[in-house]
Design a protein around this ligand. Structure first.
Ligand code: OGA
Ligand code: MN
Length: 270
């Protein structure tokens, strides 16, 4: 049994060197969950879990979201493989998963099966650290704000000339109001942003959008960000309640294929 953790950057991301038996046995599950919450991103370089092993390992960490094939969802732009692939185009914008959920997914676990020859690297930003570094007066002011999240906001910048029918589909998803600052049960706070953040409740739209843009810029500064350059077999876990992520655009025919499992959320946004 081996389990060696090494920080990859000061404010985000830890790499873990371990073996299949340790991951599947669940003896380190509690440590992994704790590290995930502290560090936002955990990387298991070239760990090469099979689908069955990824599912079994994920289950040691929590309950799985029903998605894809028995809990394993294929992240690809090929809609013959994944019928919801079109929505994945929006993942090039900073986001967290499940903006309309009262209890967003706890975490996702992603294994690289095939990388893209160009693009396709994934960036993650620590939204706890970004909040922590704000000046006290700013924290106070932002703590009062509520943000309206919409599906249209996640899509309109990737489908610039969307036909009316497409826009109507986006509009059919009800908007969701969320606090800008998430106060977690632990007492820690994080910024809740992402491409779905469309406007700020009770604020002039343009003014609110300017503030959201400024906060996105703040949160995605290099000191809060880890960029992962994928090798086949790498596995990354992101804390979906304390990070945002985005993927660099990659060609439709790149064959890029990532296998994802997701842990059911445990904490309502408050
Ligand atoms: C996701 C996602 C990023 C990637 O699966 O939710 O945003 O790198 N994926 O494919
Ligand atoms: Mn995502």
């Amino acid at each position: 049994m081996s389990f060696i953790a090494r920080n990859l950057a000061e404010r985000i991301a830890t790499e873990i060197e371990t073996d299949h038996a340790t991951l599947l046995g669940g003896t380190k599950a509690a440590d992994i969950r704790e590290l995930l919450e502290l560090r936002g991103i955990l990387l298991f370089p070239r760990i090469n879990l099979t689908d069955a092993e990824q599912l079994a390992f994920s289950r040691t960490l929590g309950e799985l979201v029903e998605q894809g094939d028995k809990g394993l969802y294929k992240v690809t732009l090929d809609s013959k493989i994944t019928p919801t692939a079109e929505y994945l185009r929006g993942t090039v914008l900073w986001h967290f998963d499940g903006f309309s959920d009262d209890v967003p997914a706890r975490a996702s676990i992603l294994t690289a099966r095939k990388t893209s020859p160009v693009g396709g690297q994934t960036e993650f930003a620590n939204t706890y650290a970004a909040y922590d570094d704000l000046p006290a007066a700013r924290k106070e002011a932002l703590g009062k704000l509520r943000v309206v999240h919409t599906m249209a906001a996640t899509q309109r910048d990737v489908f610039r000339d969307a036909p009316a029918a497409m826009q109507a589909v986006w509009a059919s998803f009800p908007p969701k109001v969320q606090p800008l600052v998430w106060t977690h049960r632990s007492g820690r706070k994080s910024l809740l942003l992402g491409s779905s953040a469309d406007w700020i409740e009770g604020m002039d739209k343009a003014e609110g959008q300017a503030l959201l843009a400024e906060l996105h810029e703040w949160t995605t500064q290099p000191r809060f960000v880890y960029r992962h350059e994928w090798h086949v077999g790498d596995m990354v876990i992101w804390d979906n309640c304390g990070t945002m992520h985005r993927v660099e655009a990659y060609p439709d025919d790149s064959g890029r294929m990532m296998h994802r499992t997701t842990l059911v959320g445990e904490e309502p946004i408050a």
